[in-house]
Design a protein around this ligand. Structure first.
Ligand code: MN3
Length: 223
């Protein structure tokens, strides 16, 4: 079997068809316990190894089963309205969590945006506190499962939320998601993101999440 696979590889490598696009799970940039005490290790481990891994597997299964020919994540999301619910939900889940892991870091009580992020948030929302209030409200008023977002639309910063695993990259008819642009910051408000530690107290989860936001990564996405 190995010999035949090796024998086949030159013809595969020289085929005119490009390598099929698939989603990959980013390595977690820190350990499962690194965001303690704000996000507990058990939640992080289950979230990363069970929930996120499943989204990655399921969207990649859908890409194959449905012969989806998108060449990149951007192309996938810009045509997601034409794809199956499975592709949309799991593609969103795959991408959103890759994003989410990267905009967090080990936390501290003093964690605050600085420099150009602070300036941009203040210019757009009046102050850091007003920005946090508005973002928190988006997170708290998202009924059921979904995400809160800070996004940039033609350079203008705005706050919104999406249901399920939808995100601002998707080509959804307005009214389904209602926000479209470049994601700058995201918060997972599915119960699986906080229930083990916070139970029904989403407000406490959101309040503590600010302490683990990686503002340096946010700054990279602003530019
Ligand atoms: Mn999640």
């Amino acid at each position: 079997m190995i010999e035949s696979a090796v024998a086949c590889s030159p013809s595969l490598a020289s085929a005119a068809i490009p390598a099929p696009f698939s989603f990959t799970q980013v390595p977690l940039p820190y350990g499962y316990a690194a965001l303690e005490p704000y996000i507990d290790a058990q939640t992080m481990e289950i979230h990363y190894t069970k929930h996120h891994t499943a989204y990655i597997k399921n969207v990649n299964d859908a890409l194959v089963a449905e012969k989806i020919t998108a060449a990149s994540e951007e192309a996938f999301f810009s045509a997601v309205s034409t794809l199956s619910v499975k592709a949309r939900n799991n593609g969103g889940g795959a991408w959103n969590h890759n994003f989410f892991w990267q905009i967090m870091k080990p936390g501290s009580e003093e964690n605050q945006p600085a420099g150009k992020v602070s300036e941009a948030l203040t210019a757009s929302f009046g102050s850091i506190e007003k920005f946090k209030e508005q973002f928190t409200q988006a997170a708290m008023t998202r009924f059921g499962s979904g995400w809160a977002w800070l996004l940039s639309d033609q350079g203008k910063l705005m706050i919104g939320s999406t249901p399920n695993q939808d995100n601002p990259l998707m080509d959804l008819p307005s009214g389904q998601t209602g926000i479209k642009g470049k994601p700058i910051l995201a918060l997972d408000v599915w119960e699986h993101a906080y229930y083990l530690k916070y139970q029904n107290k989403r407000n406490e989860y959101v309040a503590n999440w600010w302490k683990v936001v990686n503002w340096d990564e946010v700054a990279k996405r602003l530019s």
